[in-house]
Ligand binder design. Sequence first.
Ligand code: SAM
Length: 272
Amino acid sequence: MQTLMRDDTFQRIRTIVHEASGISLGDGKRTLVIARLGKRMRELEMGDYDTYLERLEGDSSGYEQERLIDAVSTNVTHFFREPSHFDDVSHILQDLAAQGRSRFRLWSAACSSGEELYSLAMTAHTALAGHDVDLKILGTDICNDVLARASKGVYPRDHVKGIPPEHRFTYLDRVDGQRDVMRITQELRDLVVLRRTNITRTPLPLQGPLDIVLCRNVMIYFGRSTRERLTREMARLIAPGGYLFVGHAESLHGITDKFNLIRPSVYQRNSR
Ligand SMILES: C[S@@+](CC[C@H](N)C(=O)[O-])C[C@H]1O[C@@H](n2cnc3c(N)ncnc32)[C@H](O)[C@@H]1O
């Protein structure tokens, strides 16, 4: 396996990644790209990056491009990551239900392997228990590999430890013959819809109005203009008064005037 990647090859690969996903790979990401491409190139039995690039550019089906995005995207996630967000979601939904709202549309915009999506679903289902509601939760991601895992809803026991015990008891089933994994219950899986979506390709093929959107730990991979465009799109889709959650390390400061900051990383759509 060739370990050096020429400058022009790296430039071309990062342009393709950016055009296909909005992900900006900085100059320092060459080692990461080399490491991540290794597996795909072994699958293709290719020893040099230029042959790979030729294959990538020659594939008009888009398949190889999808494999590339699968390889370079960072999918780190876990259940109930940034737990205060789920407390906020619970309070928001309980308040809306108490005011008589019965239709709820939630979206986990970069849901990775589903931990965020199912954390949202557990929170919403619990918060709205006892109310007759129409609840749907959409999960999207650009990466096929993680969406396949989300769709199975099967997780190692070690991973589900992050789920609060009361939810673990209610929303997880054993899997016959497999002691090391647990599956999200069918009831919860029935609430969610999964779709491969590139959230930087606007306008998005989604219908608003949405009540709560989690778009966490993904905008960090995008450049400023992409973040601005995505936030405009979020503003189009989120109902006035609806909420947008970003990662704790992210901010929309200076990016949009269509959301008011409620507290760090939690925004509410205003009527602008
Ligand atoms: C670090 S994970 C964050 C997962 C989850 N939101 C969380 O906070 O735990 C980032 C996810 O964003 C996805 N992603 C990157 N670019 C994307 C795009 N243009 N459209 C949709 N998803 C994207 C990646 O595939 C990855 O699963």
